[in-house]
Design a protein around this ligand. Sequence first.
Ligand SMILES: NC(=O)c1ccc[n+]([C@@H]2O[C@H](COP(=O)([O-])OP(=O)(O)OC[C@H]3O[C@@H](n4cnc5c(N)ncnc54)[C@H](OP(=O)(O)O)[C@@H]3O)[C@@H](O)[C@H]2O)c1
Length: 330
Amino acid sequence: MKMQAVAQQAPGGVETMELVERDRPQAVPGKLLVRVMAAGVNRADLMQREGRYAPPPGASPLMGLEVAGVVEEVAGESNFQPGDAVFGLLEGGGYAEYALMDEALAIVKPDPLSWVEAASLPEAWMTAWFNLAEKAGVRAGDNVLVHAGASGVGVAAIQVAGLLGAQAFASAGSADKLAFCRELGAAQVFNYRQAPAFGELVKSWGGADAVLDPVGASYLAENLQALNPDGRLVNIGLMGGLKAELDFGRLLMKRISVIGSTLRPQPLETKARLAAALRERILPGILDGRLRTVVDCSFPWSQVQDAHQYIADSRNLGKVVLTMFPLQAG
Ligand SMILES: NC(=O)c1ccc[n+]([C@@H]2O[C@H](COP(=O)([O-])OP(=O)(O)OC[C@H]3O[C@@H](n4cnc5c(N)ncnc54)[C@H](OP(=O)(O)O)[C@@H]3O)[C@@H](O)[C@H]2O)c1
């Protein structure tokens, strides 16, 4: 059977993406076939589109790391059945009418959550939880510096810091993004364009016990400056470059840990643990209003080029989501 999917003939700009016909995947034991209603768009998708972030071996070559939709088909023993509404993280393949989702990662979609909201959750919140709760070991009373505070991951990370009893500081590139970070609970914020040497500023607020850093090279020196003794720097992205000089003196004297972390290639057990954290620790807060899903906007998937351009232009506060339902109607 066939389906519609967003694909490219070759890596490149937004214009390389088009809706085309592809073979529809089939459910296999352990993997549900999901009819996609909405798919989250991530900066990683832009990198994959440009040919700078290859899918892991065995994953769908299509873009799309998270979806919400309806179980279409199961194979073998399963806790799910056709018709169940679910959302979850994928290895890839979310920009399509149908996608395969590991059953261990599928979360039942509560009725009050829209398809768009549900599709916006897995990548950002699982990344925030993985890196703050597990990698950085954030504890009550810690100060956590979240860079790119208004990004999809950032808006989740500010709130996860609060959930763990920590105080969040956030950076972003515009006044409206900074105000938004404050609304989400950040105690202190700064514009990195106006305060590129932010280390002393963060120290004046009590320093950072952990930093969630999607920027990399251009922030290394200031991150080390901002960190308190025994601080943890978790790098999750390279938006500010790959290579920088490391001051080992500062690293040693402050006993700082520098940790690199990527979610996508993690083993299924790790992702299943993070999906359980999303279901049990985060979803209840979203449903009772203590935590906020932050969807900036959604685009019909026929406008996937505009959705990618919107993110490339850094216009989003929180998540951008594609909706598939006009094609699904009937
Ligand atoms: N390692 C992992 O497991 C993992 C998982 C998910 C995401 N990530 C990474 O986390 C980051 C956020 O992802 P996302 O999908 O949430 O992103 P997003 O929503 O697209 O937001 C990214 C934001 O980062 C800011 N930014 C862009 N270039 C920058 C630079 N050179 N220096 C400082 N800030 C910059 C922009 O906001 P301003 O207007 O504030 O500049 C932009 O809106 C990305 O780097 C992504 O690759 C990593």
